[in-house]
Write a protein that binds this ligand. Structure first.
Ligand code: 13P
Length: 251
């Protein structure tokens, strides 16, 4: 039985004071709730502060990106070891905003995945098709290509430190979430890819989150699909009560 996992991707939002307050509110509202795994992924600059708020709770800290090198002359980059040093358990990699706005290709994502896993981080790897690709009936082909590319050379033993997030690009920040059936179909396809390459047991244990316009009022219908194991939440994770509404839908 896979435990649901809901993570908040705060993207480039909050300031120091609101990040601290938001984390405190989530901690208060989550008190005593261990039924769902939860992580908060604030901007780099607030990882320390949010990490201090989360200390002693079962809510994990995550970052939104990292670089693939251990250290060196890479101005502006952050290494996996630095994220561990500041208390991160998770790092989000391959988010569509990084793929499409920062030009990250599968080769770059794959290097980051290896570096993060080797350093001991858990990776939330995002994949998903654009609207054009869905309309051209290419969803499964795109998912397959992204899985092949982003996970090249990652062996089955590393999969226990891996979470996949299916985030259709057309659903992110648009208010147009995938229907529960669309999400279920994509998740089942992703799980079948894992089974094919790494065996049925690994596939059965893999947590696959859905992301894209998840709100408290649509969360239950998405999170109760058999292959949907939680959510990667953008906008609604910036309001503690909405985020908690989504977490409760996963119970
Ligand atoms: P929204 O929940 O704002 O659509 O964002 C989803 C997302 O990109 C999470 O990583």
């Amino acid at each position: 039985m896979r435990k649901k996992f809901v993570a908040g991707n705060w993207k480039m939002f909050t300031d120091h004071a609101t990040a601290k307050k938001l984390a405190q509110e989530v901690v208060e509202l989550m008190a005593g709730n261990h039924q769902v795994n939860v992580a908060l992924c604030p901007p780099f600059t607030y990882l320390q502060t949010v990490g201090e708020v989360l200390k002693g709770t079962h809510i994990a800290l995550g970052a939104q990106n990292c670089y693939h090198e251990k250290e060196g002359a890479f101005t502006g980059e952050i290494s996996p070891a630095m994220l561990i040093d500041i208390g991160c358990k998770y790092v989000i990699l391959g988010h569509s905003e990084r793929r499409h706005k920062m030009g990250e290709c599968d080769i770059a994502v794959n290097k980051k995945v290896h570096a993060a896993l080797n350093a001991g981080l858990h990776v939330i790897l995002c994949i998903g098709e654009s609207l054009d690709e869905r309309q051209a009936n290419k969803t499964n082909e795109i998912l397959k290509n992204q899985l092949d590319g982003s996970l090249a050379g990652v062996n089955a033993t590393c999969f226990k430190s891996l979470v996949l997030a299916y985030e259709p690009v057309w659903a992110i920040g648009t208010g147009h979430n995938a229907t529960p059936q669309q999400a279920q179909d994509a998740h089942a396809f992703i799980r079948s890819w894992i089974a094919k390459h790494h065996g049925a047991e690994v596939a059965a244990q893999m947590v696959i989150q859905y992301g894209g316009s998840v709100k408290p009022d649509n969360a239950a219908s998405l999170l109760t699909q058999p292959d949907v194991d939680g959510g990667l939440i953008g906008g609604a994770s910036l309001k503690a009560d909405q985020f908690l509404g989504i977490i409760r839908a996963g119970m």
